[in-house]
Design a binder for this molecule. Structure first.
Ligand SMILES: Cc1cc2nc3c(=O)[nH]c(=O)nc-3n(C[C@H](O)[C@H](O)[C@H](O)COP(=O)(O)O)c2cc1C
Length: 375
């Protein structure tokens, strides 16, 4: 009788990011509003990846928020709660916070994260040119910009080095052709251009990091990573890690409502659409009543509830929709009126799984057994 090997797959190398060694080279992508909060982040961190809390509009479902008042102060308090709860659930894991440059309280979210024990800040939706300035409270906190081109990577590294004498501790390349949420191109017509492909940009970034910085800036790739084959492909292109978001949505630990997760399980081929976000960027989303109305030019909630974005077409031009409200409603299970961001892999979900099972599949080839959501 042969004893089965504990793993059918070769091990993945750990990922060095600044002062930290991430045992499994997987970052969980930040997912706002509260799709990745303390529960998902802690579960990923407990498996050896980096668990990431999305900082945007955290207060909306918290006890601290009163409509029309104290939104920013409430966000700070809600973020502190999220960090403390994640730490309690994962005392030894690596917990990060995703802070988008486009939000009005970007600086406050970074400062609060760093002061309250976040080990990493992942920052995109704009170039985080001033990030190091807001993160001085703890020089050990790793700073990880999200970029979508070699040009942006060069500009950022040069600027940080000149102004702050520091380099990014890693960089996440997000492929706009595959990723979820806001996409790093100016408008939808630029999507699917070959110049933004993982296959083109990751090798360029890896070569740049190697020749300019002796591999000190590990490249992490994001967008469309689902299984071990995708991870192995990313590594063969020169990535040292991957960031995965959509794969973690249909987990027991994901912080969104069950109806939110069910929308993914029920999604069919062709149910992924591109919408114009009030942030002035295209976004990839699941087809819902909300996106149907939006794409038809129908009525959707377009009154600003919280001044969440720095520049906002909804607030300033009365165009598009209130993104904080739409994302908040979806997370609460209102599928009629909510916006559901997704990566290109939306339709691959077949049921709920535990985060641990996803890691077992990715690391050891043990198949996951998804279970349906009742109702
Ligand atoms: C529901 C959802 C919400 C997201 N929210 C954010 C966010 O708040 N900040 C951010 O930088 N990226 C956000 N993203 C992008 C992810 O962090 C990630 O980089 C991207 O989706 C990776 O592609 P994948 O979903 O195919 O794995 C979001 C993605 C999804 C699916």
């Amino acid at each position: 009788m042969t004893i089965p090997s504990p793993s059918a797959l070769p091990p993945l190398p750990p990922l060095r990011i600044g002062e930290y060694t991430v045992p499994v080279p997987i970052l969980q992508g930040g997912m706002g509003v509260r799709v990745s909060a303390h529960r998902l982040a802690a579960a990923v961190a407990n498996e050896g990846g980096v668990g990431v809390i999305a900082a945007v509009a955290l207060s909306l479902a918290s006890k601290y928020y009163e409509k029309g008042r104290d939104y920013y102060r409430a966000n700070v308090k809600a973020l502190i709660d999220e960090l403390q709860t994640a730490r309690a659930l994962s005392p030894d894991g690596i917990i990060g916070v995703n802070c988008m440059v486009a939000i009005r309280d970007f600086e406050a979210m970074v400062r609060t994260s760093v002061e309250n024990g976040a080990q990493m800040i992942v920052s995109g939706a704009g170039l985080p040119l001033r990030l190091p300035e807001f993160a001085t409270a703890n020089p050990k906190t790793a700073l990880i910009p999200i970029i979508s081109s070699l040009r942006a990577a060069k500009l950022l590294a040069k600027r940080w080095h000149k102004l702050y004498k520091r380099l990014p501790d890693a960089m996440v390349f997000e492929d706009p052709n595959l990723a979820g949420g806001h996409l790093g191109v100016k408008n939808a017509s630029q999507l699917f251009a070959r110049e933004y492909d993982t296959e083109v940009v990751v090798p360029e970034l890896a070569e740049w990091s190697r020749s300019e910085y002796g591999d000190e800036i590990p490249i992490v790739t994001a967008g469309g990573i689902w299984d071990r084959k995708d991870i192995d492909r990313a590594f063969s292109l020169g990535a040292k890690g991957v960031q995965m978001a959509s794969r973690f949505i249909c987990t027991f630990e994901c912080d969104a409502h069950d109806q939110y997760k069910k929308a993914f399980i029920d999604a069919k081929e062709g149910d992924v659409v591109i919408v114009d976000s009030p942030a002035g960027l295209p976004g990839r989303a699941l087809k819902t009543s909300f996106t149907n109305a939006l794409l038809r030019g129908g009525e959707v909630a377009n009154h600003c509830i919280a001044t969440c974005l720095d520049a906002c077409r909804c607030r300033e031009e009365k165009e598009t929709f209130c993104i904080a409200l739409a994302l908040h409603r979806a997370q609460q299970g209102d599928m009629e009126n909510g916006l559901v961001f997704t990566g290109s892999n939306a339709t691959r979900h077949t049921g709920l799984v535990h985060v641990r099972d996803i890691f077992q599949e990715l690391l050891h080839g043990i198949p996951v057994q998804p279970v349906p959501i009742p109702g």
